[in-house]
Design a protein around this ligand. Sequence first.
Ligand SMILES: Nc1ncnc2c1ncn2[C@@H]1O[C@H](COP(=O)(O)OP(=O)(O)OP(=O)(O)O)[C@@H](O)[C@H]1O
Length: 887
Amino acid sequence: MEISSMPAMNPKKSIQNLGETIHSLLGFKSHLNSNWVKSVCEIIKSLPEEDESAAEEFSKIKEEVASLTHCINQLNTQRRQLLHDLLNLKGNIRVFCRVRPLTLAENIGGGLGFGLGHVVAFDTSNLLLELGNNKSKRYTFDSVFHGSSQDGVFSEVEPVIKSVLDGYNACIFAYGQTGTGKTFTMEGTLESPGIVPRTIQTLFRQAEDSNHNFLITFSMLEIYLGNLRDLLVPQAMRSTDPLPPCLSIQTDPKGGIEIENLVSIQVSDFNQALKLYRFGCQLRSTASTNSNTTSSRSHCMIRISITCFDAPERRRETNKIWLVDLGGSERVVKTKAWGRRLDEGRAINLSLSALGDVIHALQRRKRHIPYRNSKLTQVLKDSLGDDSKTLMLVHVSPKEEDLCETICSLNFAARVKSVQLGPEESNEARHQREASIKNLQQKIEEIEDERQHMRVKIQNLNQKLELTRKHLPLEEQVETSDLSSEQVPPSELEFTKSIKGNVGSEVPRFMRSTISSRTKIGTEHKTSLHSRRKRRPASQRAGSVSFPVKNHSECNSDRSISRSTCAVGLNRKTSVELDNATVYSQDISECDIKTVVLPDRDMSQVTSNPRNIEKRGSRKANKGNSTKVSKVDQWFSLHKDEPSISGAAARNKMVLDIPLPEKKHRPNDNKKQKQAVLEVGSSVSPDKPPTLKDLFAEETSSSLICPPQPITDDQKDSLDGSLIEDSQGGSGSPSPPDSCSDGSENFDNEDEFYATPMVQTVEDIDHSMIKIGRHRFSSFDLDDSISNSQVFGVLAQESQDMATERGGNGDMDISSQSSTEERSKSGRAVLTDDLKQKDLGMTLIKSQESAKKEGAWFIQKSWASALLGLGFLDLGFNHDFFYGLIL
Ligand SMILES: Nc1ncnc2c1ncn2[C@@H]1O[C@H](COP(=O)(O)OP(=O)(O)OP(=O)(O)O)[C@@H](O)[C@H]1O
């Protein structure tokens, strides 16, 4: 068809004429007269009549909205300035003190009555410590909470949260002696939520109230024994599982701190963030100690990052708030901790002291701030300085027996506080300051009311605008909707793009670019999660899987280090099955912060003002896309194969009993000493405190008792896959109770499954494992030394058992049920109290297996025993020598 022959088309022709135009076109091409064209014409005809006045009204409303928005922006600027002044007046580092009420048990147990104890709130900012002999000491804080509700505490915290939306970095700590209520303050309970859930809620509420677009991301980590651990990534539970990439702290050229490999998930509402928070809490390391049955053994740190795209007046485009539940300071003398618990306590105390030093140096405006003294202060470096808001909640116990710890905590807080205030503030100055604070608070409230009023107006106008738009000519409708889509801030796209990937994980770390160098060069790498880092340095791997064998408490302790890192060999999937749609940054040095995003950018993820939400909503409706994809849900779906950790309520899970002092062997009890040591049939469950019966069994065996590790349902499946079947039979059935305990009582719980008390070896890719009874040990746990007497004891005991078997059965049928029972009943000992495994030990144990099969076990053991007894080891012969002999 000749174009020139077509009827002239008037571009401004009204939409209702379009139908006729199409028909006239059809005159030239009659075969185009399809049903489709007819239906298009009908749809067009059915459109509402154009309203000439609609366009006029539409532009009027738009102008009104624009002027109101301008007013709100001005109010925002004013409010921001007032809030800044207010916080400056209050101090950038503020210290609150919260006194834990006496628990019911403490009251019943003859504790001090509330308010009658040695710690008394004098008024809302003074605390009186009664030291006896009519002596008392007064401490002054920004606020003192004595018997205050969570609401009361949060109302004081709230201004800091508001300043976060203005672009300030902030940091809120809960500090104090173990068991004084730090976790209660930060996490709270379902009935009375703590600061973390309230902060998240406030942030979202404020973000929605503001007329800016915010992108909020959530991360959670813990510092356990000086190592950073991502709490949103379950730890590897099987030795074959890829280990989560280790986190490292990096400084960007502007002095900002980035934590490489830390997962950061976009959250679009309070519920999503809360879901992640609960997930993280379940993975946190807790344990039972003398002072607290669910004591936090690490510093738990929640980071909420806020990016605002369209507010150049904000302090920073991206800022963050850290909410930190510090591990409890503790005195070893009091907690009687030892072993792992002692290490944890020591690590916590060291980092708390480093934190105190940093804050002190900041307050004194010293040139050198000792950030590098601990991971805690390194992570918080950019959130602790001048330009950040810091709030420390010091927790104290009202109990008299905690007086020492209370004084320590209060002195720590006073050190922070008093330095800040400098010379003693005069009464007049204080009154003046307080009046100014009140004045500012009032002004802020007025502005907020006005803002709220305008917001409602804008909301109504926006609704009206949408209705009016429908009456506009089609071209204008398209134009106005195009306008709204153009308002998607480019920085948001950049944010999504900034998710870095993994390139060349094969390249050694030292050869890879750092954040700083990448930022300078401006390079970015992309990759997929499939190539995520597989291994950590051995030193770090060892940390998560080591099972030192000391005594039963220690074994329990180690199982309970983390809710997520219970054991190697358990079927805990961390190999994330990645959805193609997910972009995920990878390796330790190739990425900045891992942010889980979808390539299909879902605008609902950006918390924004109602106007934008509406626009986005209408855009979505136009596209016919009704499915809201949640990134948090996707994150959880990535981890759907993880065993449920929600079964046991996070902090209610009793993970171990109080470490007991080591048992000494009784020199007189030769028989028991000979039988020494590992009681494989003990019925003490690591999840329960030992019963009297358990303790009795421990006593009668006169030795260290290493309790069985009950295998939960979640773990049962994995056992087969990860451990070699017990060649001596009985691996699949619960082993009988030990001779000292009543089996019917200890094994009647069918939900608990006990592995057999036999020595097994397991080789896997990463390391060798030995399974001794119910205990699995990895080769890299093994110490370099093993005492001859210990090995001798092991072998002598095994020899004795074999002799018993021979006598009883007349052959070497080691798989016979009777011999198995005999073994189990005699409760043979494999390891002494301080036994450390080593390659030698492993080799000997491995050789046991092969030798038994050849029927020469008894003779060979006698050989080895004799040699060991003679102290050949001390003469420098290594395990190869013995291995050769045995073979
Ligand atoms: N203000 C409070 N009101 C009611 N109960 C409280 C309060 N503070 C603490 N508790 C209770 O005291 C117990 C110990 O508190 P919590 O676990 O929070 O201590 P913690 O300081 O976090 O200890 P740790 O440092 O060992 O983790 C909990 O049972 C908690 O519910």
